[in-house]
Structures are given as C-alpha cells and as structure tokens.
Design a protein around this ligand. Sequence first.
Ligand code: SF4
Length: 220
Amino acid sequence: MNPSPESIQNQDYQIPVELRQQVTITTLDRIYNWGRRNSMWPMMFGLACCAIEMICTAASRYDFSRFGMEVMRASPRQADVMIVSGTVTKKMVPQIVRLYNQMGEPKYVIAMGACASGGGPFKEGYNVVSGIDKFVPVDVYIPGCPPTPQALLNGLITLQKKVDHETIKSARWYRSDPVPEIPVPILGPDLIDVRRIEAIRQTIQTLADEAGNRPQEGEA
Ligand code: SF4
C-alpha cells in the first residue's frame, strides 16, 4: 500500500511492511512541508457575511481542526493563513495590509467568496475594492456568495496541496533578497495605493496638459 499524500514518507521509496512502524525515508522539503501543512493556523478576523460561514467551518459540525487548523489566532504574529472572509471595503484595506505585514513568514492568503476575490455583488461600488489581490498576494480563491463551509474546507485542503509542492530552495522567506513589506494604502477621500502614486501623478499631468491645449469656448 502506498503512503497517503499526507504522510511524511517519501512516495518514491517503498519501505517493507514489517518496518513501516519503525523506519521512514523522507526529504528535508517533505518534513518542512508536512509540518506546515498540518498546522495551518488561521487569523481570527472576519469582514462580512462570509465570516459567518468561516465561523461555522470552525464549529463542531465541520470542524476544521481535523486538518490542523483548530488554533485560530487573534494575533497576526502567531497566524499562518489570513482568510479574507467578506466584502473588502476601502476603509478596511489599510488594516488588512497592516495585518498581512505583521504576519510572520511563511504566510498565506485565502480570498473567501466573490467579494474578497473580485468585488462580488458590490464590484465597482464607491466604497469597495475589486478583490483583495490588488493589495496582497492571494494563494487560493474560493468562489461563491457565500461559499459553503465545505467550499472553505476545500480551499484549505487546496492550500495544503500547494504547500506540499514548496521547496526550501525557492521559498520566498529563505531568499537572500527579502520581499519588501507592502506599503499600507492611504485612505483619504478615496483609497490611494502608494505603489501607484507615480502612475497617478503622470495621469493627472497628462490630463492637465490636454485640458491646457484644448481650445477655449469662443476661440477659433
Ligand atoms: S461574497 Fe456574498 S456572502 Fe460573502 S461577503 Fe460578499 S455578499 Fe456576503
């Protein structure tokens, strides 16, 4: 019988049946990924109606502790996965980015539901953003409005499968050139992504130049 994908045993090697309880052959990557995939602690925060489904998923009927996710952490410094569960309003984006920056590596993001993935029913609304992936990197998207607890469990299992394929050689948090923090957007009359300030300045300048060259009323 082959070991299950969740096993620490390297699938490429077969251990004789009589030794399976005593001996295992594995790789450093497999131990590393196995440890993380089975202790994925979500951050305890929710944004809107999808958060209710997330709470159900943690409760006894669906019980995501079966997958190693029982310890929801109220502190971003102790969390591994941010489940963005709900409508992402412009007012909340600076807080979400700040929390993401405060999480230690390795860290993952799940966009739960239509709102977090792309704006959902409020897309193009004056007060929401069209997906949290405009600001933080998303690992798994879960469709639905709202996604069911089963869908969230499937998203978490999908994240575990993604972790299974990571390697220490290329992991973001072991690179010699560290990934810089994401600048926290500024909330004024509208939300400003400070990474786009130069592009915004150029657009304003272009519009101003065009307005200056436009013939005024009464001119030939
Ligand atoms: S996707 Fe639907 S259920 Fe989820 S937060 Fe948006 S409106 Fe609510």
